[in-house]
Design a protein around this ligand. Sequence first.
Ligand code: NDP
Length: 263
Amino acid sequence: MKLFAIFGKPVAHSRSPLMHNYVFKKLDLDACYTRVALEDGSLLREKFFSLKLSGANITVPYKEDAFRACDEVVGFAKEIGVVNTIINQNGRLIGYNTDADGFVDAISEFKDVKNILLLGAGGTTKALALKLKLEGFDVEVLNRSASKLEYFTNLHINSYDYTSFKIKRYDLIVNTTSAGLSDESLPAPKEILETILKKSNYVCDVIYGHLTPFLKLANSYNIPYKDGSHMLLAQGVLASELFTNREFSKSIIHTIMSKSFEF
Ligand code: NDP
């Protein structure tokens, strides 16, 4: 039996085991997907091999550790230094990023979006910022800590902390922080959020499974919003394609995996 896992801290909330195990079951594959709560990201590679994994997903806060754990990183993940999917290819760990494509798919239903503000500056923000820039969007970044902004400045992406930020209008505002994941915090000071939300057309959160304080605030201003479920499904389909060695088409996996969201 092939074993797969998701690494993270926290990881108990993750729907990935449900999604991937459902696909394995429906495709009659001898494989199983579990959760691993990891305390130290530098131990990822060692843990991967000690569990004899065939592949893994990596969630908050270890996606940059995952990049470092790989022997080879492929495609877009190499440009951003952020890996969320690892495949064991004959003892070599090959890294990919499926989050960014998943997010672009998720926002495709929002019309006339050009200017996007990403709240956060972690692994997910890096992936989405570069992908959105490559897709032709005007992206800016607002983060709690100024120390994480250099990456974006180097990419010529305007980035701010709370003191340097100047209020302006955005078509779409996205929470890519972990604020609201397992606490009740907002991803930026309330005064800033209230002012920019009133001017925006759409709001998105990458967190899924519950209405975050950020989405509740957007809802109180009647702004159309979506949580991270669509992104989760889209990135999961791409990861599953890699886990099953591209034996099944994306559309078959998508049809099956989307049913796991009904439970
Ligand atoms: P990282 O740990 O790499 O980055 C976290 C970011 O959140 C940092 O910029 C940090 O700011 C900021 N942050 C954390 N807490 C707060 C707070 N209370 N107020 C303001 N900012 C805060 O995490 P990831 O990028 O890996 O993940 C971010 C989120 O994205 C997670 O909630 C994860 O579950 C979600 N996610 C969802 C996916 C989906 O498919 N739906 C896919 C990928 C991720 P600072 O720099 O100041 O520390």
